[in-house]
Every structure is written in C-alpha cells, then in structure tokens.
Design a protein around this ligand. Structure first.
Ligand SMILES: [Zn+2]
Length: 305
C-alpha cells in the first residue's frame, strides 16, 4: 500500500505531464472504484486545465481551471501509468499545436490515440493530455478513489477535513506533537498512525521512525518525555524525506521501464526484518515483530525502550 513518500513520488512523476496542461479527453470505464465516481466525471474533466498538482496526506489533488479539484487516491493497488506522446516527426505534434486554446474535439484527436497501448482490464480512468501524453489510473483491487469537488471548499471534503497537519509542514512541530501526546493512553505506534494527529504517516514509516527514536512501539504515548516527543518531529521528517528522495531517484528508472509510477523498493532498517540482526552498531539483538491493532510492528527489543 503506498504511503506518503510513494504518493509524493507519483505526484512528482505526474507533474511534468499534468501541471499546466489541458485534459483533452477523459475516459471513465466503470461507475465506481471504492466509491461511485462523481456524476459526469468524464465530461467535467474534459477540457479542464490542471493549474496545480498538489498532495494532501496520501491524496493527490489536481486543481482545475474549471474551479473544481480532482482528488486521486491510490488505495491499496492503484497505479498511475504515463504513456508519452508520439515521437516528434510523425506529424501528430502539429495537431496538438492547433488545438491550443480551442475547445477539444474528440474526433480530431482520435488520430493519435492509437499511439498508446490498448487499455487493459483494470485501466479504469484514462486522461489524454493536450500534448498527447496519456495518463492511466489502473487499480486491480479497486480500493482507490477519484472525486471532484469545488476547489474553494476542497479542504472540507470528508476525506480531507479529518486530517491533522502534514508531517512535512510547518504546523507539525515539537510543541504540537508534545501537546497531542500528553495524556494520551494509547501506544505511541497507534498515536502516530492516527490521521487526526498527523496526516499521511503509515505503518512502515512509523516503524522506521520509532527505531531511530529508540522508542518501543508499545510504549504509552503519555509516558514519553517531552524531550523524546520533540525529538520525534525531525526524525519523522528525515524518514519521509529520505524515502521521497529515494523515490525521486528511482523515478527515471521505472518511467523508462514501463511508465509506472510510485512503487520502488526501499531498504528499511526494521520494517520487514523480523529475525534479522539489528543494524545499530554494537547491538547484538535481532529485530522482533509484534501485532498492534492488527498491524505488524517491527522493532529492536534492545535499542527501543
Ligand atoms: Zn538494536
């Protein structure tokens, strides 16, 4: 399941293809994913220009020239695929140039759609951009979602209104985190996974953060000293920023491979390493796994207290 860094990597991969560009054709191939698509979604997207492509938590948000915002959620298995425009010199680029600033005409554009591979079974939403790039949302398990809402009230969308501050944003600081952990009788692991407290942190990166902070995942949030709580903030930022950097450096590779964005292998220090030696220098313990609220926590019993 993609976490914040993977979603941010997908956003950065989509940026050059989407931001500032007009959607000249949208195809919606089924009525729903996790939830029904909004009414007339294809019509509402067709002709809209993407003004900004931003991220909130694990959601990608495209603010459109129609004063609507497209919300994209990758869910468990959602993938964004980019199929580049036809190579220059095939004469099709001129057709694109002619369309600049005029109403889209699907018939005119059919000419170069066959450049792209034929849609596959789980290609649920297809966006053809004005330069001939095709963006495909593929989701085999259909836990993903797309929605449209007025840009002016996007923050009030039910999926967004419940979110706490961004872990990489200024509102998430040591004063905030210390105050929110105080008196909280849940394990620190659960507290950090609480999207009301901080948005977009998932299981993998919470495990990694707690390892670096040397805090046991089952420790009660309220029993973490203010100093240790404050120290969590830069560690969370570091863990996420490193993963985003790793994603960015892998971006070119997987775009070259098959146009798919967002999935890449990180090397984790504790996550998925049950039974393997702790990587802290001088530590001879092995990484353990416990289940908390139905999710695996990986930690070093010697380093994390
Ligand atoms: Zn250790």
């Amino acid at each position: 399941m993609p976490e914040l860094p993977e979603v941010e990597t997908v956003r950065r991969g989509l940026l050059p293809a989407m931001e500032g560009r007009r959607i000249i054709r949208a195809q919606v191939n089924r009525p729903d994913l996790r939830w029904p698509f909004p009414p007339r979604m294809a019509d509402r997207l067709t002709g809209a220009r993407v003004l900004t492509l931003r991220r909130r938590s694990k959601y990608i948000l495209a603010d459109l020239s129609t004063d609507e915002t497209l919300l994209i959620h990758l869910g468990m298995s959602g993938r964004m695929l980019i199929s580049p425009p036809p190579p220059a010199g095939e004469g099709q680029g001129e057709g694109v140039a002619r369309l600049e600033g005029v109403a889209p005409e699907r018939e005119t554009l059919g000419e170069w759609h066959h450049h792209h591979p034929a849609p596959e079974k789980h290609d649920h939403v297809i966006l053809d951009m004005e330069d001939g790039t095709r963006i495909t949302f593929n989701d085999a398990r259909r836990f993903g979602a797309m929605d449209l809402m007025p840009t002016a009230t996007a923050d009030a969308h039910p999926l967004l209104a419940v979110l706490g501050p961004e872990p990489l944003g200024n509102a998430f600081d040591d004063a905030y985190l210390t105050a929110r952990l105080k008196g909280r009788n849940t394990p620190i692991k659960s507290a950090l996974l609480d999207q009301h407290l901080v948005a977009g942190l998932g299981n993998i990166y919470v495990c990694e953060t707690l390892y670096r902070a040397r805090i046991h995942p089952a420790r009660k949030a309220a029993r973490i000293s203010a100093a240790r709580a404050a120290a969590l903030v830069p560690l969370i930022r570091d863990v996420l920023a490193e993963a985003i950097t790793a994603g960015g450096s892998s971006l070119r590779d997987y775009r070259q491979a098959d146009g798919e964005l967002g999935y890449f292998q990180h090397s984790f220090q504790v996550y998925g390493r049950e039974g393997q030696p702790c990587l802290t220098p001088g530590c001879t313990a092995t990484i353990r796994r416990i289940v908390q609220s139905g999710r695996s926590s990986f930690f070093c019993p010697a380093c994390q207290k």
